[in-house]
Design a protein around this ligand. Structure first.
Ligand code: ADP
Ligand code: MG
Length: 780
């Protein structure tokens, strides 16, 4: 070990020399000058001192002051200078993949290195890190999974948890685990970084850990609310029911978006509508007042955004524009619309960029660079651009006021991922992005009174999402009782949410009655997908029908590739019905469409196939690549070996596919009752429910199956099933619920409850017979 120490020491010295050489090169000098101009630099010594004297430190500072790129680097540099460069091991977590990737690339560039040398990254299913990597940027999820196999983080010297102000579920979870770990690893340093000044909360959680603030500077930013924008630009809103804003996009998107907006509307807290009711827009011209009276939360359409962008490009001083949208779908459709615009689509005047998680690094570079020749840069982004990435030359911000956030209704046990109003803190953060290099302007596409009705801060994710995956992780990390563990969180979730999650995990057989992890549960905790999807994948491998099951799971984790253009709805529907055949299954319909596409692709006719069948080739391609990743994952966890052919012996047996789908989606099951003129569907929690018109089962006169299993139900006015697959009694009996080792009793008990509820006495008899047969079998 003395020899090993010598090697490390020699390596450390080498690293030090390398950095010195770089910093003396012309490019290195320039980079160093830039780095020294950041507000964080002034605090460098103080920061290094405070972390050397304390185990936990909380650092706050304005976005862009250099927390993420500089502070981890300061640690690496000071270790390198002390000739410990080859010994230190710094992990910095990011809430999102894209920030882990782009930040690591930036830091490597600042150090004059390629990614994967001393600086690397690791995100789910992807990474770039080498033998010499000492500073690793990873997602919080990656660190949590590492804790699974390496509970005391051996060899890690520093853990930096970034963006803690976002209060993501993984971050809150990680903090509980780290808090437990610290006494066992007195040499480990923990640094928490936050963009806002709520450091006290975290400091008191870690027994009064010292806090440090990096003072930043931003230029003033002027806010324009909708009423000002209307007055300034002369734009006229029309009532939503006369469809203007979305009316010009005569595509399937229009209908989808209109649906989405309706849904949003039902979800919006009444406070916004209350605010609108009492709002008086005195002081504005009659025209503005009339226009505002048409405003509803649905009015934030693409045409309004387009109009504001035009206004900026035509009338405002130079400077990049950052547009905050709710999600990738919206960004894409808006980009398409803007590209068709005579001014905004003119590439000699406007550089239009979309910022998303799977950007190539050349695309990323464009986002940070200043375009040449007076071209105006417009970047479309999600709330990721609020704090995780900083685009320096932004002078104008357009804020649609919404973000996609998961929410969870514990009473109905229904999760939803819908765009909802952001908080005042988030709106402030968005606005601040316009004042990085000079004073800026922010266009809020909603009236001021709506802003006033926003919540101050967003609710922590732990308090608003289903906890199934989290509970599974708690168990696999052997952290003891789930509810006891969660009671130690910064803010604990409702007991009912915890109970629902634990019940669910018992139902699917991931936990036994005493809350111990089953074999299935252990495997599921290793797969970074929702437990039900993981279960489907595992069973797909076990029952040797893996390919189609991977397609189903990929489809469920992405989105529907079937398109429904409003003007060709009939054609599109009949094309989909053709794939559906007599399957009575959205999941099998997808499998058929995907397989047809694969065949067409092999003959270079994939694009034409999509066009003819109203399919999105983009989504099919995404499904294709996700399937590949699933296979690697299953291989990683030892569930399959390299030979994929062996896992597809029964892939053409649709009955078997139904069974595996049922095993994954249970307890998402509804009964089917065919009546002369209608079909009645019921679930245990909701009573009567409806099928969405997009489901292949939504427009059929009868469904020849007694049950439907589904992945998703959404609550609009009634509860709708998005997707469904018909299954038989025997499939429900044998595959519904817990079929893992030792769980038979629980499985049967639960099914008893089901059959009783749905009043199927005949089935109950069959079931009792099956039960005794099975028990006999097990005795043998
Ligand atoms: P913080 O984490 O405090 O929000 P960062 O460390 O991410 O700040 O960024 C500090 C500064 O580094 C930013 O203001 C920006 O000027 C610069 N920067 C960050 N990433 C890049 C990049 N990829 N390209 C160019 N400059 C960057
Ligand atoms: Mg940062």
């Amino acid at each position: 070990s003395i020899a090993k120490e010598k090697i490390l020491q020699r390596r450390s010295l080498q690293l030090r020399n390398q950095q010195q050489d770089w910093q003396e090169s012309p490019e290195g000098k320039k980079m160093l000058d830039f780095r020294r101009s950041l507000p964080a630099f002034k605090e460098k010594d103080a920061f290094l001192k405070v972390i050397s004297e304390n185990q936990v430190v909380v650092v706050s500072g304005e976005t862009g002051c250099g927390k993420t790129t500089q502070l981890p680097q300061y640690i690496l540099e000071s270790e390198t200078e002390a000739a410990r460069g080859a010994v230190c091991n710094i992990i910095c977590t990011q809430p999102r993949r894209i920030s882990a990737m782009s930040v690591s690339e930036r830091v490597a560039a600042e150090r004059g290195e390629k990614l994967g040398e001393s600086v690397g990254y690791k995100v789910r299913l992807e990474g770039m890190k080498g033998r010499d990597t000492r500073l690793l940027f990873c997602t919080t999820g990656v660190l949590l999974r590492r804790l699974l196999v390496d509970r005391s983080l051996n060899g890690v010297t520093h853990v930096i948890v970034d963006e803690i102000h976002e209060r993501g579920m993984n971050e809150d979870f990680l903090l509980i685990v780290l808090k437990d770990l610290l006494p066992r690893r007195p040499d480990l340093r923990l640094i928490l970084m936050s963009a806002t000044l709520n450091a006290e909360l975290f400091s008191s959680y870690f027994d009064g850990a010292p806090t440090m603030h990096i003072p930043g500077f931003t230029y003033p930013v002027r806010s324009h609310f909708l009423e000002d924008i209307l007055q300034m630009t002369g734009y006229q809103l029309t009532p939503y029911n006369q469809i203007d804003d979305y009316g010009q996009q005569k595509t399937w998107k229009m209908q989808k978006q209109a649906d989405a907006f309706k849904k949003r509307k039902s979800q919006i807290a009444s406070t916004v509508e209350d605010a609108l009711e009492v709002a008086d827009f005195k002081g504005y011209s009659p025209r503005t007042r009339e226009s505002l009276s048409c405003w509803s939360p649905d009015s934030i359409g693409f045409n309004l955004i387009e109009h504001v962008l035009c206004h900026i490009v035509k009338n405002e001083r130079p400077g990049a524009v950052l547009v905050f949208m709710t999600g990738w779908d919206d960004i894409n459709s808006l980009k398409n619309q803007l590209q068709a615009h005579p001014l905004l689509g003119d590439q000699s005047q406007v550089l239009l960029l979309a910022c998303h998680g799977s950007m190539s690094s050349s695309e990323q570079r464009l986002i940070f660079e200043n375009p040449e020749g007076g071209v105006r840069k417009i970047v479309l982004a999600t709330n990721m651009a609020e704090t995780s990435i900083t685009i320096n030359d932004v002078v104008f911000v357009v804020d649609c006021g919404k973000a996609k956030e998961t929410s969870y209704d514990a009473l109905n046990n229904t999760p939803c991922l819908l765009p909802s109003w952001i908080s005042k803190a988030a709106a402030r953060q968005r606005r601040g992005r316009a004042g990085r290099v000079q004073s800026g302007e922010c266009y809020h596409l909603y009236p001021r009174c709506v802003y006033d009705a926003f919540a101050d801060y967003q609710l922590p994710e732990l308090l608003r999402t289903p906890l199934q995956s989290l509970c599974l992780q708690i168990k696999s990390l052997q952290l003891g009782s789930i509810s006891e563990f969660l009671s130690r969180a910064l803010q604990s979730p409702e007991p009912l949410s915890v109970k629902n999650a634990v019940d669910y995990l018992k139902t699917i057989g991931a936990l036994d009655e005493d809350e111990n992890l089953t074999v299935l549960g252990r495997k599921l905790s290793m797969l970074p997908v929702e437990p039900k999807l993981g279960k489907m994948l595992i069973l797909g491998a076990i029952f040797k029908c893996l390919d189609p099951i991977m397609t189903v799971v990929a489809g469920l984790s992405l989105k529907d590739p079937f398109m429904m253009p409003a003007d060709k709805k009939d054609l599109a529907e009949s094309s989909k019905a053709h794939f559906a055949g007599r399957a009575y299954s959205d999941h099998l319909t997808l499998v058929r469409a995907y397989e047809g596409w694969k065949e067409a692709e092999a003959q270079q006719a994939g694009y034409e196939y999509c066009w003819r069948n109203f399919l999105s080739s983009q989504t099919l391609r995404a499904i294709d690549s996700l399937r590949k990743q699933f296979f690697y994952l299953l291989k990683d966890t030892g569930l399959v070996d390299h030979n994929s052919v062996a896992y597809n012996t029964w892939s053409h047996e649709e009955h078997l596919l139904r069974a595996v789908i049922c095993a994954g989606l249970f307890p998402g099951v509804s009964s089917v009752e065919n009546k002369p003129k209608s079909i009645t569907l019921k679930t245990m929690e909701d009573g009567q429910i409806l099928l969405s018109g997009n489901s292949v089962n939504g427009n059929v006169p009868r469904i020849p199956y007694p049950w439907l299993v589904f992945n998703e139900k959404v609550k609009v006015n009634s509860v709708f099933l998005r997707d469904s697959t018909g299954i038989s009694d025997s499939v429900l009996l044998l595959f519904g619920g817990n079929i893992s080792r030792g769980g038979l009793d629980g499985h049967l008990k639960m099914l008893e409850g089901y059959l009783e509820f749905f009043m199927k006495p005949e089935l109950a008899k069959t079931y009792l017979r099956l039960k005794s047969e099975m028990e006999e079998l097990i005795q043998k």
